[in-house]
Design a protein around this ligand. Structure first.
Ligand SMILES: [Zn+2]
Length: 313
């Protein structure tokens, strides 16, 4: 007979969960500060930090069942993003935190451009790209919300553009969809020799994720129905070639100035180059696994495609 007994699950409180945050941005103090400055502050009680994580998630979920205005929703998106990013091995609470983040976007059933701008700007106000840890947080949020609903995808695309523009030290006034030809112009402004390999990796993953979100078919009909031009969802063959050249030149720069980091830089570039080579080899403007020759998305696109690979760590 086995004498082993199951290890009791330790119930963590919110404050204990935040002790595991890897950055100042993911501290209980910041979470509470954001909450108190937001219009949601009237609806919470002061002992929230002492509550078990699952109970707190339930509390916010119930709160979200009330009709929230745009400002309250935006605050909820930042708070649930913070919760989502905290490391925690307990599956039950992981799921509850992810559900909360998904819900904070699903409650805004619109891809109206000014709303997309507002939600994006609000997230960026807190997770300012620039430091690689913040950009990594933004990439994590973008990756998750992109697949949950149309507004999630719209905000994810704008967050990715922000990370890329930040690397090119170029300011964005309005967070919106833009044509992929812009990408090459911004990348020409990026000073690769000043980047560390972590920031370089985040930039490459942001570019690859952006290509996946725009060139594959998921949610495409929602955007076209709402008047987004089809030209946002394609890339011209000459731009693919320019991107390939840019990545290769960037790797040469690493070889010259940071030979010790070359291996890691090459590894980071591999998946992006695979996506670009696929587009280049077939001379195509979008993913032909996910969309037909006219660019219309396939209804039952659950197949693996090369462009989606960059989103898997
Ligand atoms: Zn695809």
């Amino acid at each position: 007979m086995s004498l082993t007994t199951a290890k009791p699950v330790q119930i963590k409180t919110m404050e204990q969960l935040f002790m595991r945050g890897r950055s100042r941005l993911l501290s209980w103090r910041c979470f509470w500060g954001i909450l108190m400055k937001s219009p949601l502050n009237q609806r919470v009680h002061s002992q929230l930090g002492k509550l078990p994580v699952s109970q707190c998630c339930e509390f916010f979920y119930t709160l979200s069942c009330n009709l929230l205005n745009t400002e309250e929703l935006a605050a909820m998106q930042v708070l649930s993003s913070m919760l989502f990013l905290l490391p925690d091995e307990t599956q039950h609470t992981q799921k509850a935190r992810a559900t909360l983040l998904r819900r904070s976007f699903q409650l805004a059933p619109t891809v109206e451009p000014m709303m997309v701008h507002y939600f994006t700007e609000n997230l960026l106000k807190y997770f300012q790209p620039g430091h690689h840890l913040n950009s990594s947080h933004l990439l994590g949020i973008a990756n998750y919300i992109a697949t949950k609903c149309a507004i999630g995808k719209a905000v994810a695309v704008c967050l990715l553009w922000s990370i890329i523009y930040e690397c090119g030290e170029t300011e964005i006034l309005i967070h919106q969809y833009r044509e992929l030809s812009t990408l090459c112009n911004i990348l020409n402004e990026v000073c690769v020799s000043r980047m560390n390999v972590t920031s370089f990796g985040i930039l490459l993953r942001s570019i690859g994720t952006l290509l996946h979100l725009l060139l594959c078919g998921q949610g495409l009909r929602d955007f076209l129905t709402h008047g987004y031009p089809a030209s946002f969802f394609r890339i011209l063959p000459q731009d693919v070639q320019k991107l390939i050249d840019w990545v290769k030149n960037a790797l040469e720069e690493f070889a010259l100035r940071r030979p010790g980091a070359l291996q890691r830089a090459r590894y980071a570039a591999k998946k992006l180059l695979t996506s670009l080579d696929y587009l280049d080899a077939h001379g195509i403007q979008w993913c032909l696994v996910c969309r037909d020759a006219q660019g219309q998305p396939f209804d039952d696109c659950i197949k693996y495609c090369v462009l989606s690979d960059i989103r898997i760590k």
